[in-house]
Design a protein around this ligand. Structure first.
Ligand SMILES: NC(=O)C1=CN([C@@H]2O[C@H](COP(=O)(O)OP(=O)(O)OC[C@H]3O[C@@H](n4cnc5c(N)ncnc54)[C@H](O)[C@@H]3O)[C@@H](O)[C@H]2O)C=CC1
Ligand SMILES: CC(=O)C(=O)O
Length: 351
């Protein structure tokens, strides 16, 4: 599909439905020209891109949604399938094209294009293939939407967020990676399940790499305002370090398990990315563990500019700040190790 297809005034049989005799509504005022449309572009219309697109649509987040993919037929099929749900959804103009001009004027560009893991493969293994794609994807995105915020989802997400930052020339507050927003949701789900409470009442962060070297901040966990570890200590209730490690391992293994069962992960990352899109476009100023330029925070001062997940304040301007959570010595040292792992991978890129 070459042209960007959206709404059309041509009805069945080529009848021009815009003819005044067919108009069911008589206008009483000219169309409003004051409000500015909000627009999200999703690059990559695969499992992840489409899960994000459909979550954005159901949550009424934007006026316009543009999809870009390298496969024209698949892309047009996905676009039509979403457009056919128009009667059940808030009104959103949906466009799709292989041409990046369809993304013009986007407030937020979400990049999901690229290779994904096969069962047992690590995220870092995807690096070379996806860096090559990013060289084709990021420059045209920024050309058509110089004011946009870039949200990177493709893996390995931390290193690719760094790559996108370098290729885009955008300030670092406008380039973020979905990072451990997803891992933290998995963590909160497991804790909530264990305690039989609602995951939304569990505050808990996974930080560092979205991957095998991620760090669970046990000291950050609170449920309904009760800090869990200090509560257990005060009550002299013993907890096994191994039990905590087991829960973290379950978080790290989550993606591998889902991939080995259904081939890919999609729904949770769909909600995670839509959750970030809402915070950005609606200026929610919520704190999310997302991949940000980490230099200078939590003693991460390696020579490299590393992106990894830290609890960041997110709003219309992108990353507005990074929170200063008190970490234990062990958590700090694990976070620095995670930064080192990412820096070592980045060093191979020569960017
Ligand atoms: N950060 C996170 O938490 C998560 C990241 N992912 C990552 O998201 C990425 C996508 O995963 P899936 O959607 O499952 O893969 P998929 O294979 O279903 O979709 C990838 C899409 O990218 C498109 N594509 C490839 N090259 C392109 C180019 N140059 N321009 C535009 N489109 C292009 C393909 O045609 C395909 O439709 C993978 O890297 C995966 O590892 C997946 C889940 C969670
Ligand atoms: C694939 C991936 O990165 C995830 O589901 O966490």
């Amino acid at each position: 599909m070459q042209k960007s297809a959206s709404t059309s005034s041509l009805g069945p049989g080529g009848l021009d439905l815009s003819q005044s005799f067919f108009k069911p509504i008589r206008n009483t005022a000219p169309p409003s020209s004051t409000s500015r449309n909000t627009k999200i572009s999703v690059i990559g219309a695969g499992n992840v891109g489409m899960a994000i697109a459909q979550t954005i649509l159901t949550q009424d987040l934007v006026d316009e949604l543009a999809l870009v993919d390298a496969k024209p037929d698949h892309l047009r099929g996905e676009m039509l399938d979403l457009q056919h749900a128009a009667a059940f959804l808030p009104r959103t103009k949906i466009l799709a094209s292989v041409d990046y001009s369809a993304t013009v004027g986007s407030d937020l560009c979400i990049v999901t294009a690229g290779a994904r893991q096969v069962a047992g493969e690590s995220r870092l293994n995807l690096l070379q293939r996806n860096v090559a794609l990013f060289r084709d994807i990021i420059p045209p995105l920024v050309k058509y939407s110089p004011e946009c915020i870039l949200l990177i989802v493709s893996n390995p997400v931390d290193v690719l967020t760094y790559v996108a930052w370098k290729l885009s020339g955008l300030p670092s507050n406008r380039v973020v990676g979905s990072g451990t927003n997803l891992d933290s949701s998995r963590f909160r789900f497991l804790i909530a399940d264990h305690l039989d409470v609602n995951a939304q009442d569990v505050q808990a962060y996974i930080v560092g790499e979205h991957g095998d070297s991620s760090v669970a901040l046990w000291s950050s966990i609170s449920v309904g305002g009760v800090p869990i570890l200090s509560f257990l200590k005060k009550q002299q209730i013993a907890y096994e370090k191994e039990t905590l490690e087991k829960i973290h391992k379950e978080v790290v293994d989550s993606a591998y398990e889902v991939i080995s069962l259904k081939g890919y992960t999609s729904w949770a990352i769909g909600y995670s990315a839509a959750n970030l899109a809402r915070s950005i476009l609606r200026d929610q100023r919520k704190i999310h563990p997302i991949s940000v330029l980490a230099k200078g925070f939590y003693g991460i001062n390696s020579g490299n500019d590393v992106f990894l997940s830290l609890p960041a304040l997110l709003g219309r301007g992108g990353v507005l700040g990074v929170t200063d959570i008190h970490l234990t010595e062990e958590e700090t040292s694990r976070l620095r190790e995670s930064a080192k792992t990412i820096a070592e991978v980045q060093n191979q890129l020569g960017l």
